[in-house]
Design a protein around this ligand. Structure first.
Ligand code: PLP
Length: 477
């Protein structure tokens, strides 16, 4: 099937990718330094005639060199990162197989794999029964939770729609912005997404939730869903789900737990307690690409309500697609949002098989240990101000020690310099009160304690240099 030049191309590409993986741990460059203007010059235009495979290979090498190394141990910028060879091989193989998960006919063993994964995760979440599906990200799992809540409230809405919107959805002030998108898509509207106040630790205040829901009911609204979060994006906080669940039960509201980030704690011994009450949820979002080292995207929507996915998403396709297994659980296209669906299950399967549950627990414990170590080192450092440390999130500011400058603007300057240096990537965040800080996160199991020490050294040296430059540029009197 392969021509000689194609075979050579594949071998060359494979070697290039292997080299990229190997050199990533030894290079001190996480992000490339070219500006968009420079990139425009490097990247050729699309042309009428194609290029040779040799040139294609060269171009791929150039693109790799101009890309952020998210598998680098000092890529700690987003809630994903690292590299797992087994998971990656699953990713590569699934694109080669290129099935759609819509029907069992076209993805027999992969459908079985996905079902096994879902079953295992349901058990880990403490659901005695239920169902689930892999989705195109945590955001879309949150979207699916609203659709399921709506269907649970009134299955006929799928057909009739709603002419008078009276629904309300409740999340904390610290919830992920995907809920904003979801209420837009579902027609509920962003003004009906109510942000319940959080306490200073970033946890939803249940008394406030109860008060707001009671007032809404008096005002004629229908509370549809509470979206609690386990592992908020910035602070890593866990909402008090046991209390929230009692409120949901009282008002008959669907409880969704967005555990996209914090769900990783179910794979741990020392942080398992954080997920207490998760079994009380009606549905859960879980992203294995956030803490397990699986490549983007490895996301799950899980629910204890067997049958809700089909009643929410069914419709069409039986005339040409869903034949033998029509209306059976085996054609997962009958209960997914989309038709074509990637075989994301394969990477997760190979990851789990190769690590074993104990290996995944050890990996999570390692991340938690890094987080504790970073918080400890930052708290001791005179140039840093620890703002908040919880789960895998460590938030801190950089203090100017020798110059008079606002700590927020100084922190921002240090971060800008850090990114410009290309040596590490750590994101920053801003709280509603205007506090700006580094949000250091630990999704990357390739990161070791010595990397954390190196990162803090780089930040501290950057800060000292900025202060020195500022002192040197002051006019002499
Ligand atoms: C708490 C939380 N929920 C949901 C998401 C969205 O997940 P995804 O990027 O997989 O869509 C994120 C992303 O970081 C998140 O932090």
């Amino acid at each position: 099937m392969l021509k000689m030049n194609e075979e050579k191309f594949l071998n060359d590409v494979f070697l290039t990718l292997k080299k990229y993986i190997q050199e990533t741990s030894s290079t001190d460059t996480v992000s490339p330094q070219s500006s968009i203007e420079e990139l425009k010059k490097i990247l050729p235009n699309l042309e009428k005639n194609g290029i040779s495979l040799e040139e294609t290979h060269k171009e791929l090498e150039e693109i790799l060199s101009q890309s952020v190394r998210t598998i680098h141990p000092l890529f700690l910028n987003q809630l994903f990162g690292g590299f797992d060879v087994a998971a990656w091989s699953g990713e590569v193989a699934s694109t080669l197989l290129n099935p759609t998960m819509a029907t069992r006919e076209i993805a027999p063993i992969l459908t079985l794999i996905e079902k096994r994964l879902v079953k295992e995760l349901l058990t880990l979440m403490g659901f005695e029964s239920g169902e689930g599906i892999m989705v195109t990200g945590g955001s879309n799992s949150n979207l699916l939770s609203i659709l399921c809540a709506r269907s649970h409230y009134n299955p006929a809405i799928r057909q009739t729609g709603f002419s008078h919107n009276h629904f309300r959805i409740y999340v904390s002030e610290d919830a992920h912005y995907s809920f904003d998108k979801a209420v837009n898509i579902t027609g509920i509207g962003t003004q009906n997404l109510i942000q319940v106040p959080s306490n200073p630790q970033g946890e939803m205040i249940p008394e406030e939730l109860e008060r707001i829901i009671a007032t809404d009911i008096k005002d004629g609204f229908t509370p549809l869903m509470v979206g609690a979060t386990f592992g908020t994006t910035v602070l890593g906080s866990f909402d008090p789900v046991e209390k929230i669940s009692a409120i949901c039960e009282h008002f008959k509201v669907w409880l969704h737990v967005d555990a996209a980030w914090g769900g990783g704690a179910v794979f741990s011994k020392s942080a398992r307690h954080l997920t207490r009450g998760i079994e009380l949820a009606d549905s859960v979002t879980f992203d294995a690409h956030k803490t397990m080292g699986a490549p983007l995207i490895t996301s799950f929507f899980l629910t204890k309500h067997t049958g809700i996915l089909r009643s929410t998403n069914r419709g069409g396709g039986s005339e040409y697609l869903f034949h033998e297994f029509d209306n059976s659980d085996w054609d997962t296209g009958t209960y997914s949002l989309q038709c074509g669906r990637r075989a994301d299950a394969l990477k997760m399967w190979l990851l789990w098989r190769s690590q074993g549950t104990e290996g995944l627990i050890a990996r999570t414990e390692h991340l938690l240990e890094l987080s504790r170590f970073a918080a400890h080192e930052i708290a001791l450092h005179p140039g840093f101000e620890l703002i908040h440390a919880h789960y895998l999130n460590v938030c801190f500011q950089v203090k100017p020690l020798r110059i008079k400058e606002n700590i927020n603007s100084f922190t921002l300057k240090v971060r800008k310099e850090l990114i410009a240096s290309g040596k590490a990537m750590v994101n920053y965040a801003e709280r509603a009160d205007g506090t700006i800080f580094f949000r250091l996160v630990f999704p990357n199991h390739l990161t070791k304690k010595e990397h954390v020490s190196e990162l803090l050294k780089i930040i501290s040296e950057t800060s000292a240099l900025l202060e020195q430059n500022s002192i040197s540029s002051e006019p002499l009197h």
